[in-house]
Design a protein around this ligand. Sequence first.
Ligand code: SF4
Length: 386
Amino acid sequence: MAEIESALRGRGHEIVPLKDKPELCIINTCSVTSKSDYESRQMIRRAKRVGAKVLVTGCYSELNKDSVRAMGVEDIISNLNKDNYINGLSVGSKSKGLSLLEKSRYILKIQDGCNSSCSYCIIPKARGRSRGMEPSKVIERVRLAEEAGYKEVVLSGIHLGQYGNLTKLIEGILRETNIPRIRLSSLEIGEVDDALLEVFKESRLCRHLHIPIQSGDDTILRAMNRRYNIEEFSKRIFNIVKRFPDIALGTDVIVGFPGEGEEEFENTYRVLESLPFSYFHVFPYSQRKGTPASKMGPEVGSREKSLRAKRLRDLSLSKKTRYQMSQIGRTLDIIIEERVGSGICRGTSSNYLKVQFPDSGMSIGNLILVRIEGLSDGVLFGVPVN
Ligand code: SF4
């Protein structure tokens, strides 16, 4: 969405919030879970209600063209033709996508598609084979973001690790731009190799990696068609933490995958408990039509799935709290994201922690050093230091 926004701005269009009744609304849909499908439909309805012409792009519209058309949208933009379509857009002065660009960080999608075939995932079908943006174009975009005042660029993709030579690309960005922070969105464990870890010695790389595990049980991982086992995964995670002890490590986990009995779930729980993750996102398995997993069994009941999800979310919360507490007394570099009430700002650290601190008058998007003093209601607080 960030690229669409910047392409439209570059053509002189004004980006306005939905409440300002835009002439055109571009909706980037997602189809990772049934919930994303539902949210995609909701966004289309909201845009229609304000009277905007609606253009829809993304996985949900690729996979459900007929039903999306039946909702009365103006057009569906194919993922492969997105750039050309946006370049040719001719609208009045107001156009707005529903997904808001975060002003403090520039999210740069440098890769699309996926060559893997996880048995639960519909994305390879919707997005096709992996392809990456030309390195020179990536560097140019980062330079433009830097000139526009962004302090952080997030390199993202459907399967970022399949970009090509990601390490070389990062070295190029480090060499040819002065962007203060570079964050990587999500990588598979096998993609975090020694060469990539070497570039993490450079402090401009955010001390944060998100590495999906999906299950802590080898039988389930095989059924998911994931390309690692738990022994290998754990060894690599401990190696990362050994080299970068302060790094924030996040993960995704699916609960209730077909065939996940008590034993398999308990294995997942134990593995997640033992690994040095600072948070995890928990997804109750939801069946995607047309995937191999949709024909697998036995299914896990929805009540059981919710109970398992709750246990893992509780575990995630306690690990996150432990990680937050370990930061008290440290000084973190924070990008200021918003003012949250009288005299208080909030921002995110390089190691992906939300921090609140007294407003020192600096503008949103700037970098500030904050000494962490404590934790209150799940958010760290601190004081700016000179
Ligand atoms: S790696 Fe697996 S889960 Fe991720 S996009 Fe590819 S197929 Fe889907």
